[in-house]
Design a binder for this molecule. Sequence first.
Ligand code: CDP
Length: 224
Amino acid sequence: MSATSPDAATPEALTAPVVIAVDGPAAAGKGTLARRLAAELGLPYLDTGLLYRAVARRVLLAGGLPTDPAAAEAAARNLLAEDLQRGDLRGPDVDQGASQVAAQPPVRAALLDFQRSFAARHGGVMDGRDIGTVVCPDARVKLFVTASPEARARRRWLERQAKGEAIPLEEVAAEMAVRDARDAARDVAPMKPADDAVLLDTTELDAEAAYRSAWTLVQAKLEV
Ligand code: CDP
């Protein structure tokens, strides 16, 4: 092989579109971080949680139960772009419903191609639970963003307060604990850091500090 051959000089991993996986549990700060990284790097951003939320919403709108395998699979297979634009994809029913449909292998299988094609087209910053482990195991950078359960519950509680919802902090914490446990315990694509993921604990960090830490990690990985 000649040293001037582009194939020899530029291994595929370095010429493939840049994919950054940002995984982690609920309200760890992934979305804010991933959106900002995407803007900074000029990469598309995909909130993969929205796919599972939209599937759950479709099932609920049809009067079904997110735990019903036939209803969940049909909703995932028939998901439309406009389902992702809905204004009612956040809230306790969809939070739990998303995690219930997400535990079902046929639902995950139905959504996999879309996520992989998205990443393969122009690269992207992909926010989810299983991006580094299953969807894009070859991602150039893998971050697993976490924070203590108390810090995460408090953040989600503040978000919901800001939307005018009067809900006790303990209730938000309990709902989140149920969802995290289900996401981590499921048989298919459980939420867990990839072996080569870098952990970023944001318990003591505000959004700006979390971003600065992530940016340093991303730069170090992309320059290798
Ligand atoms: O915003 P938040 O972190 O609360 O949740 P989300 O990222 O919108 O994800 C909602 C639910 O979708 C999660 O609880 C997971 O059950 C599921 N999910 C998943 O299984 N795999 C992904 N890549 C993304 C989300």
